[in-house]
Design a protein around this ligand. Structure first.
Ligand code: ARG
Length: 265
């Protein structure tokens, strides 16, 4: 009899142990731990080397590494959601996502409707043309030319300032470069780092950059206006800048020393 009771107790303890183990595993996976916030972060993964999709469908890039590193030090979890670049600001305004990281330039216009973290990347626009092009050398020579840009981008805003330019807009980077190669447009105005990276890695053949200091821009992590998460994101960036992680991520993707960043704009 005593042995039977003993057996039942052992069974009970064993079952309880299993139950606790199952709960622990699930809570870390499903993030039901109430102390860890889950942030939905939008990204447009057509922007190598900042964000792109691997053959297996995973996201990779400078922005992805940076966001994951921020989440680690700021102790929140991240769920990425792929969205077209053009729809990002309205998704933030509608609170459909908590943040967006996508090489998004901090601009006065955008600051009217959304908020930005402190600058996390020094960037700028460049002019790209076909390798055989001889007549486009700088901003002035773009007058009256056919120019391709990404819809809703700072490159698109910039192109509007070129006198008599005929502008075509595209949803993603790969498409407007295709149009340049096909000879449908004379030039592309877009983010210098992404263009130079693609040329260097042989992804963009037959294209050269003629002017890569058109503008000085800074990327920021965008959030809905006055988001409660901004503070944690900013502190996270500051930590990564001071503990060497930012430098490591920068070197991984750009093989260079990161430039000095301002604390704010
Ligand atoms: N920096 C530019 C902007 O803010 C273009 C960024 C494009 N990013 C992307 N993931 N497609 O307008």
């Amino acid at each position: 009899m005593a042995e039977l009771i003993n057996f039942k107790w052992r069974q009970l303890i064993l079952s309880l142990g299993c139950l606790l183990l199952i709960i622990a595993c699930n809570s870390s996976h499903l993030n039901i731990n109430p102390n860890v916030k889950l942030l939905k972060v939008a990204t447009d993964p057509t922007f190598v080397p900042f964000e792109s999709q691997t053959i297996n469908g995973n996201l990779e890039g400078f922005d992805i590494d940076l966001m994951n590193a921020i989440a680690k030090v700021a102790k929140f979890a991240v769920e990425f959601e792929s969205l077209p670049f053009d729809g990002m600001i309205s998704s933030l305004q509608a609170h459909r996502v908590d943040a967006a990281i996508s090489g998004i330039t901090i601009t006065a216009q955008r600051l009217k409707t959304i908020s930005f973290s402190r600058p996390y990347f020094k960037a700028g626009l460049a002019i790209a043309v076909r390798q055989d092009n001889q007549d486009i050398k700088d901003f002035n020579s773009l007058k009256g030319k056919k120019i391709a840009v990404q819809i809703g981008s700072t490159g698109a805003d910039f192109a509007k300032t070129i006198p008599n330019a005929k502008i075509s807009t595209f949803n993603s980077g790969p498409d407007f470069f295709q149009d340049l190669l096909n000879g449908h447009v004379d030039a592309v105005v877009s983010d210098a780092f992404a263009t130079l990276y693609a040329i260097k890695n042989g992804k963009l053949k037959g294209i050269k950059v003629v002017e890569n200091l058109l503008t000085e821009e800074y990327y920021g992590i965008a959030t809905p206006k006055n988001s409660p998460h901004l503070d944690a994101i900013n502190k996270g960036i500051a930590t990564l800048l001071s503990n060497g992680t930012y430098k490591q991520i920068y070197q991984k993707w750009f093989n260079a020393e990161p430039p000095q960043l301002p604390d704010s704009l």
